[in-house]
Design a protein around this ligand. Structure first.
Ligand SMILES: Nc1ncnc2c1ncn2[C@@H]1O[C@H](COP(=O)(O)OP(=O)(O)OP(=O)(O)O)[C@@H](O)[C@H]1O
Ligand SMILES: [Mg+2]
Length: 241
């Protein structure tokens, strides 16, 4: 399968010449991707750690790992002041356009693209920063109610159907998840819950400051079952002998 490159070049931490350590988490993602591909459930990850410990560097490496395994990826960095829908929409579009070239996934990818058009159009009132080319006509009633919780769940479900038909997996990386405001975080968790109930091959790998664990956990009671929260600390490079 072709390697799909994300159109987003992660910023944040300067990429070190070599990413040291973190093998356990990288291996864990590899196993999750294999499980998703055969329709098995996985837990999503919220990687937490203090400022500067290497979250962005790790997330960028995991993005490269996922790409080299040939699955679809979306990578967003959540800066303060940008809405999650506006960050996700163009990235999802790119992934869906790619899936629509796969014969078995064409119809479901096109339907997901229609859902995306409806999503962007109806939420534009609330999130003025949504900019996504709507090359597909929205389908009435499909992710276009203007309510983030329902619409994001419908959109992600449609995306998941396309991913399943393409016989692959989608990993959504979100850096600096602590900047995502409460209602958007809740909508994301609800959407992921729906997708996992339906057994669709999508996982999220988020990263952010340690308070995220409490925020995600208290946003929805079932978030505990959806996510693990591995904590990373400063990597201690081995001293050269
Ligand atoms: N695994 C690693 N191997 C080698 N160098 C690393 C590793 N992790 C981090 N670094 C170094 O540490 C710097 C800071 O890492 P990074 O920006 O990923 O931290 P962060 O946890 O994302 O910080 P913030 O909380 O501010 O976003 C990087 O620029 C890189 O030079
Ligand atoms: Mg960072």
């Amino acid at each position: 399968m072709a390697v799909i490159r994300s159109s987003y070049a992660p910023g944040g931490g300067t990429r070190p010449p070599k990413v040291f350590g973190r093998d356990d988490l990288r291996e864990r993602l590899r196993v999750s991707i294999e499980r998703l591909r055969i329709g098995r459930p996985v837990k999503s990850l919220v990687i937490v750690g203090l400022r500067g410990v290497g979250k962005t560097v790790l997330l960028s490496q995991m993005l490269r790992d996922a790409e080299s395994l040939g699955v679809h990826t979306v990578y967003v960095e959540a800066p303060e002041g940008r809405s999650l829908p506006s960050l996700l929409a163009p990235q999802l579009r790119t992934a869906l356009l790619c899936m629509s070239t796969v014969q078995e996934a064409k119809d479901s990818a096109n339907r997901a693209l229609r859902a995306l058009s409806g999503f962007a159009k109806s939420l534009k009132v609330t999130y003025q920063d949504i900019e996504v080319s709507s090359d597909f006509e929205p389908e009435a009633g499909l992710a276009d109610n203007g309510d983030l919780v329902g619409d994001l769940s419908t959109l992600l479900t449609q995306v998941g159907e396309a991913v399943r038909h393409a016989r692959t997996a989608l990993v959504i990386f979100i850096d600096d998840l602590q900047y995502v405001v409460e209602p958007e975080l809740v909508a994301l968790i609800i959407a992921l819950h729906r997708v996992s109930q339906l057994g669709l091959p999508i996982a999220i790998v988020g990263a952010g400051l340690p308070q995220l664990r409490r925020r995600v956990g208290s946003a929805k009671s079932y978030a505990e079952r959806l996510f693990d929260y591995p904590e990373i600390s400063l990597h201690q490079p081995l001293k050269a002998k």
